[in-house]
Design a protein around this ligand. Structure first.
Ligand code: AMP
Ligand code: FES
Ligand code: ZN
Length: 319
């Protein structure tokens, strides 16, 4: 079989085949391709204006690691800090922290570690009641809350996450299926906050596929966490991603068309029709919520009550 040539420089042994675009690159040209694409996404959506001092939420997985490494490589002057949230998942959290420490040390990026245990509750402890069978739901709520609060407390204007095209298409698929348009309207590359209690949320990998992120960390020779979270077993998000790949095999370009239709066609209409959600201050912690007590505080209260502790000013005591 003839060696595959790089689409850019013509060198033999092009290891990275970008399947949706049907092109192959050698290591050097792949890095160039990825970083150019990242730069173009960041500029296209005006991300630099809303992330002057970003806090990059770093899980140690391929996506958030690509976001951090990519941003540092393309915009070396950007003042970037990384946040790792120790969720207290035995084995998995320790391994993720080791990887996160390694990459931030290599890049010379400041790392902030926030431990849920220090506030009295870990994700396995929170996965009780209706969350017993779906810990990812409460885990997602806690992560979003902690990212926002830590960013604002430390004076960052924005939280950067590694959400990519595949993540967004998977969630959108479900939201449109169920008609949850209020949530679909929030799925965008940049979600502006209020600068006081809500940080801007930025997704620089909005147009990257899982495959592109995986190739990037591989081409850069960066270690990432490869194991799955042990609590995620059987999660619907995983089976939906598999389903979407099956659709893509039958309708090539499905994911890109779906995302483009969302951004260009549906979002502008949804924004007009739905307007902004009415937010108020959480009665416990003061952070914005649509209900009287935010979902983070409600989850915390449940755990504390189970332990016979008490809630005081958003911090749980006892236990
Ligand atoms: P997930 O909710 O696991 O799909 O992760 C979505 C994004 O949240 C990732 O791309 C990261 O940016 C961020 N993230 C997930 N887990 C953590 C963590 N333990 N610490 C910091 N950021 C995280
Ligand atoms: Fe959140 Fe596993 S990382 S449930
Ligand atoms: Zn609250």
């Amino acid at each position: 079989m003839p060696a595959i040539r790089c689409a850019r420089c013509g060198a033999e042994g092009a290891r990275y085949h970008v399947s949706f675009a049907r092109v192959s690159f050698c290591d050097k040209c792949y890095i160039r391709y990825y970083e150019r694409k990242l730069r173009s996404t960041v500029l296209k959506y005006g991300m630099l204006k809303v992330m002057r001092r970003p806090l990059v939420a770093l899980s140690g997985g391929k996506d958030s690691t690509s976001a951090l490494v990519g941003l540092k490589s393309v915009f070396p002057d950007l003042e970037v800090t990384a946040l790792y949230i120790d969720l207290g998942i035995p084995g998995y959290s320790e391994e993720s922290e080791r990887v996160v420490r390694k990459v931030t040390e290599e890049l010379g990026v400041e790392l902030v570690v926030h431990r849920l245990r220090d506030e009295g509750r870990t994700v396995p402890e929170l996965a009780v009641g209706r969350f017993r069978r779906k810990p990812c739901a409460i885990c997602g709520t806690v992560k979003r809350y902690v990212m926002n609060r830590v960013a604002l407390e430390r004076g960052h204007d924005s939280v950067v996450t590694g959400h990519n095209l595949d993540d967004t298409v998977e969630v959108l698929f479900e939201l449109y299926r169920r008609g949850q348009l209020e949530e679909a309207v929030r799925l965008r590359p940049v979600l502006l906050g209020d600068g006081v209690k809500l940080a801007n949320r930025v997704k620089p990998l909005f147009e990257m596929t899982d495959e592109e992120d995986l190739y990037y960390v591989d081409a850069k020779g960066i270690e990432v966490v490869e194991s799955w979270c042990p609590l995620v077993r059987g999660a619907k998000t995983v089976s939906r991603k598999v389903l979407i790949h099956e659709i893509e095999a039958k309708i090539p370009g499905f994911r890109h068309t779906f995302l483009k239709a969302h951004v260009k066609r549906y979002l502008p209409v949804l924004e007009k029709v739905l307007g902004q959600p009415v937010l108020r201050e959480c009665a416990v912690c003061g952070y914005p919520t649509t209900s009287e007590v935010c979902s983070y505080c409600r989850a915390m209260r449940k755990v504390v009550l189970q332990r016979g502790g008490e809630v005081a000013g958003g911090k749980a005591t006892g236990g």
